[in-house]
Design a binder for this molecule. Structure first.
Ligand code: AMP
Length: 595
């Protein structure tokens, strides 16, 4: 192919998103996502600066909170409607605003290629009606593009994953972005994709997670200082950024800290916000919204007249699918692992470019990112098949996580005065470590003299070459030990079953150790679930003790009984009993505080 025909054939792939937009091309048989200023993502925001100059992307997004009257975002929600939007003193149709975004992406491609580009494939949600599709086409034309095809976003994701499987495959594409959610069931065969069913919620996405976290931060601040930060636009805007940042970090970190200095003032003295958020706490805030997406998954499957078992692959699209809870809940509902080997932010634009290449007659293979083929984690004291054991596998980096991967989890010591924490490092998919492969061990010695529940932060960092770096840190003191395992994803050849047989005989129950007088010899750590239940229980015991003195004799006796029940349950690490006693104690403390 000559340079000239190459130029004529080139078709841009454009993901024109509600929050962000991306452009990709196939150049020399290879897919390329085009970046500028170090990022491929162009925020779908348009604005005018104080001199009336046009702003597109990050600069427009950054001025939105301060100058909403001259900034337009989420214009995709209005596509196909007969309305105008105001920016400064001018009126624009949704097509005109979208055209500004599309022209910016076209110019980016032209700067990269060094010649003009005329043709594009643009993606739209599967639920877009004809009016919305026509408006998108018109926006492309206003931007100087011939829109050779409008394709559905799930179709694009499927094309990125597998442009031309010979046997038909049924894929479930779960797309959770910043402002919208949809799930589609698609069937693909030899480059032809059919959307069998699609469901979603155009008002649900990562922005809602930010909002919940923002409220959580503001509620805490209000309880402490009596000031509602939501009432101050400047504080609100800072906190919204901080909430999104914390949310993104919580996808990898077990606990993050949010610090905003001089966020407010009281009696002339500055007030700072400093809060620690545990992943579990964040997950309980967003749990209801995540579960809500499952209703749509069920509805899409029902519409396609399929069961979860008919789905051969689950593809994740949209930045919010990086949230571990989202992946866990979805895998659980569908009874199969979810695939993270597509790039969640870029795969739709990539798929549009693949479609463009197919139209132009250029061949291109699937575009997958490197993932870890096995789950990596540690051996802890926790629940396996309803019984407590020291062989519970606690997952740190899940199978299918894109590389490089960096994850942390929070554990806690099991016994009062525990001097060391022993971490067996395992690879595998079973809940019982005896059926997985041991790939290393790490011992953190010299722990502070503390009650059970002393927090140990464990971090795993797995690089593209399969090298795993593990660190264990006692949070209270910063005491740390590290271990590096070369080639972690291939090690541990010992037959897992024979290991299970050997260790079954030698198994000792932690409960026996706890009941004996040698508690300080115990070296396991508790699973995050046990640790969280114990932590909550201890906090409630302390709250209960605080209200004891003021309670009447009858209530005081009930309080003492409940505290004792909870202490017994904590000593036995019995989560259901801890939860049960915690709930009763919480109710009583609440009642007494209120009285
Ligand atoms: P999209 O609309 O697909 O560009 O997705 C944007 C949304 O993904 C925003 O709400 C982001 O805050 C969110 N997001 C991006 N990265 C992450 C991450 N690592 N974990 C959780 N959410 C993320």
């Amino acid at each position: 192919m000559t340079a000239a025909t190459g130029e004529m054939n080139l078709i841009l792939g454009i993901d024109l998103g509600t929050t962000n937009s991306v452009v990709a091309i196939v150049e020399g048989g290879k897919l390329k996502v085009l970046e500028e200023s170090g990022t491929a993502i162009l925020p779908s925001v348009v604005g005018l600066d104080e001199r009336g100059e046009l702003l597109v992307g990050a600069p427009a997004r950054n001025q939105y909170v301060l100058f909403p009257d001259r900034t337009i975002k989420s214009i995709k929600r209005k596509m196909g409607e007969d309305v105008t939007v105001t920016m400064g003193t001018n009126q624009y149709s949704p097509q005109e605003v979208s055209a500004i975004i599309l022209r910016t992406l076209k110019e980016r491609a032209e700067r990269h290629l060094g010649f003009p580009v005329r043709r594009a494939v643009i993606t739209v949600p599967a639920f877009f009606n004809e009016l919305q599709r026509d408006a998108t086409r018109a926006a492309g034309e206003l931007a100087g593009l011939e829109v050779v095809r409008i394709i559905n976003e799930p179709t694009a994701a499927a094309l990125t994953y597998q442009p031309h499987p010979t046997d038909p495959e049924t894929l479930l594409v779960y797309d959770l972005g910043g402002g919208t959610f949809d799930v589609s069931i698609v069937r693909i065969e030899r480059g032809v994709v059919e959307v069998l069913a699609s469901h979603g919620d155009t008002q649900l996405g990562g922005d809602d997670f930010d909002q919940l976290l923002l409220n959580h931060l503001c509620d805490g601040f209000q309880r402490e200082h009596g000031i509602d930060l939501r009432q101050s636009p400047a504080a609100r805007s800072r906190l919204l950024h901080a909430a999104e940042d914390a949310k993104i970090r919580l996808s990898d970190e077990a606990v993050v800290s949010v610090e905003e200095e001089f966020i407010s003032e009281k009696d002339g003295a500055p007030l700072h916000l400093q809060v620690e958020i545990h992943r579990g706490e964040y997950e309980s805030l967003i749990g209801r919204l995540v579960t809500k997406t499952l209703k749509h998954v069920d509805a899409a499957l029902a519409d396609a007249r399929l069961n979860a078992t008919d789905v051969s692959k689950v593809l994740l699209v949209g930045g919010s699918t990086r949230t571990p809870l989202v992946q866990m809940v979805l895998a659980d509902r569908l009874g199969q692992p979810v695939n993270s080997d597509l790039h969640p932010d870029l795969s739709v634009a990539m798929g549009a470019a693949v479609q463009g290449a197919l139209i132009a007659g250029v061949d291109v293979g699937p575009v997958l990112v490197d993932i870890t083929p096995h789950t990596l984690g540690i051996e802890v004291y926790g629940r396996v098949n309803d019984s407590l054991t020291t062989h519970c596998f606690s997952r740190v980096i899940h199978r299918n996580t894109p590389l490089p991967a960096n994850r942390s989890e929070l554990y806690a010591t099991c016994a009062d005065g525990q001097e060391a924490a022993h971490l067996g490092i395992f690879q595998g998919e079973q809940n019982d470590t005896r059926y997985n492969r041991k790939i290393g061990e790490l011992r953190l010695e010299g722990l502070a003299d503390a009650d059970a529940g002393n927090e140990i932060l464990v971090r795993f960092a797995l690089d593209l070459d399969g090298m795993l770096k593990i660190s264990a840190t006692e949070r209270a003191t910063g005491l740390e030990r590290q271990l590096t395992i070369e080639n972690a994803v291939q090690r541990g050849r010992r037959d897992a079953k024979s290991r299970a047989d050997q260790t079954a005989a030698a198994e000792t129950s932690l409960r026996d150790d706890l009941e004996s007088n040698e508690a300080s010899a115990v070296v396991e750590v508790q699973s995050p679930e046990v640790a969280a239940a114990v932590q909550r229980g201890r906090k409630l015991i302390s709250n209960g003790q605080n209200v004891l003195a003021a309670a009447n004799p009858e209530d005081a006796e009930e309080l003492r009984d409940l505290i004792e029940r909870l202490e017994t349950a904590i000593a036995a690490c019995d989560i259901p009993s801890i939860d049960d006693a915690s709930a009763s104690l919480e109710d009583l403390v609440f009642y007494l505080q209120d009285a």
